[in-house]
Design a protein around this ligand. Structure first.
Ligand code: SF4
Length: 362
């Protein structure tokens, strides 16, 4: 599959130099539930080299699917400008996502541009397929740490879930390279689907516990993201069930969150050998402290993973609007935000035509 490069000028967009300017405002931007804007997740492509059945099922995202064209994608310069404005409004953490972000060519150039703001927690979520080749460049460009999706160590199970027959071994090699170059900690995301990979949960926990405390495995409840993954509650394994499953073989205890709005509920091994996390959007909603917003690769801003529509920022960027106009649109969008989808989820809401996760990143 060809990797894309949005805009030839990208090659000429050099990172800023010189002292990092302070944020324009130290006052956090609050939504209608007094949640501050802290986390910006940036999708840099809607394309992926996997077809994970819970995110990008082949039947929908087949060879005739119309992905975004090059000129529809935000350029690195446009992303950089938005990050500068969002940072001025309180954003502290940037997560680069996709689709699969590493299929976007010269991504390290964008990382280098964003790493200029050394007070930003700059991380990236990948399926790990290209990590072995790219880890060092990403680290040298200024990436701080990384999250890798891996749904099983069982090769047959993993191949069936990514649906492109991609082997576990290559993802593990990518993680080892990330460890070698110092992209730490490495967070590992496992989406657990009943009857598909839940029988391999304990093996995953055992394996990453043995790898050491700089590997943090997180179990994600299967979610009704988008409108194409055939979600039903029957396929959800509640986190509390997984806690029991792991505790029975490797005792764990609940641990304090690192900060408000942390997505994963932390549990540590009682023997001090590390921790695991549980992301329980379905059975233990965490909307109360949600500080996340998501930008699609074509510049649509979404204030919830389960949103049905976004707000366009690309037209502003390309119409010569000044920073104030962009800032006003951001203040308007976040200021009116009242999202709490996971608190109101029903079998009916699950059928809504929600934005696809592959379009805005997890
Ligand atoms: S459902 Fe929406 S509001 Fe709730 S935690 Fe997830 S992204 Fe945030």
């Amino acid at each position: 599959m060809s990797t894309t490069n949005a805009n030839p000028s990208e090659n000429r967009e050099l990172p800023e130099r010189g002292p990092v300017p302070p944020r324009k405002s130290e006052q956090p931007l609050l939504d209608t539930r007094a949640r501050p804007l802290r986390d910006l997740r940036i999708s840099v492509t809607d394309r992926c080299n996997f077809r994970c059945t819970y995110c990008m099922p082949k039947e929908v995202f087949g060879k005739d699917f119309q992905f975004l064209e090059r000129d529809q994608l935000l350029s690195f310069g446009e992303i950089h400008r938005l990050v500068r404005i969002f940072r001025d409004h309180g954003v502290e953490k940037i997560r680069i996502t996709g689709g699969e972000p590493l299929v976007r060519r010269k991504l390290e150039r964008l990382i280098e541009m964003l790493a200029y703001w050394d007070d930003l927690d700059l991380t990236l979520t990948t399926n790990g397929s290209l990590l072995k080749q790219k880890a060092r460049d990403l680290k040298n460009a200024g990436l701080k740490r990384i999250t890798v999706s891996l749904d099983s160590l069982d090769d047959a199970v993993f191949r069936s879930m990514n649906d492109v027959d991609f082997p576990v071994a290559e993802v593990l090699e990518g993680m080892e390279e990330a460890e070698r170059v110092g992209l730490l900690p490495i967070k590992v995301n496992m989406v657990v689907k009943r009857g598909v990979n839940d029988h391999t949960v304990v093996d995953m926990a055992r394996y990453f516990r043995a790898k050491g405390p700089h590997y943090i495995l997180r179990f994600i409840e299967f979610m009704d993201v988008g409108a194409t993954n055939g979600w039903t509650m029957e396929h959800v394994v509640p986190s509390r069930e997984l806690v029991k499953m792991i505790h029975a073989v490797m005792p764990i205890e609940s641990a304090e969150p690192n900060y408000r709005g942390e997505v994963a509920e932390r549990w540590r091994y009682q023997d001090g050998s590390g921790e695991v996390g549980f992301i329980s959007s379905v059975t233990q909603a965490f909307c109360r402290d949600c500080t996340r917003t998501r930008l699609s690769a074509e510049g649509q801003l979404f204030t919830c993973l389960f949103a049905t529509q976004g707000t366009d920022f690309r037209s502003l960027l390309r119409s010569g609007a000044d920073d104030d106009a962009i800032a006003q649109r951001l203040q308007g969008v976040w200021g009116q935000r009242a999202d709490r989808y996971s608190e109101i989820r029903t079998a009916e809401t699950a059928k809504l035509r929600k934005v696809e996760m592959s379009y805005i990143g997890g």
